[in-house]
Design a protein around this ligand. Structure first.
Ligand code: HEC
Length: 115
């Protein structure tokens, strides 16, 4: 009886958590803070200005603010890099970020090329 009670309470908490998660995700979709996403997920390796951090440089990341890199990279390549990453260098974000969030990050990456 006691165990069943704990189970019921846990189930309610889990359902409430799921509802909160999805409504929260819905709100953020309409209002994506691209700068915050970048600051949360990317600045360990790519600095706030797109240049590699020490960690990024050690992993041989490109300088995302470099004009030659910007001219060469297509939006499709940037989207693919964020979604799929590179094994042992950059993690894949497709499980963590929605397509809208990835598109917002492309805008951030492009902003590094504008001096
Ligand atoms: C753990 C470190 C790390 C994190 C975190 C990281 N990256 Fe990277 N990133 C790298 C490395 C290293 C490379 C070079 C990969 C290669 O050579 O294939 C790279 C490559 C890239 C490239 C392509 C550069 C090129 O050479 O074509 C883009 C664009 C990029 N990252 C954007 C991002 C964005 C946006 C985020 C956040 C969502 C992010 N990265 C998070 C390490 C990281």
């Amino acid at each position: 009886m006691f165990k069943a009670g704990i189970f019921a309470v846990t189930s309610v908490a889990v359902v409430a958590g799921i509802v909160t998660f999805f409504s929260g995700a819905h709100i953020s979709r309409a209002d994506i803070d691209a700068g915050k996403l970048y600051a949360t997920h990317c600045v360990t390796c790519h600095d706030a200005n797109g240049k590699p951090t020490d960690i990024g440089a050690a992993l041989e990341s490109s300088d995302l603010s470099d004009a030659a890199w910007q001219a060469k990279a297509t939006d499709e390549q940037i989207i693919k890099q964020i979604n799929d990453g590179t094994p042992e260098k950059m993690e894949a974000f497709k499980e963590k970020l929605s397509p809208d969030e990835v598109n917002a990050l492309v805008t951030v990456v492009r902003s590094f090329g504008k001096k």
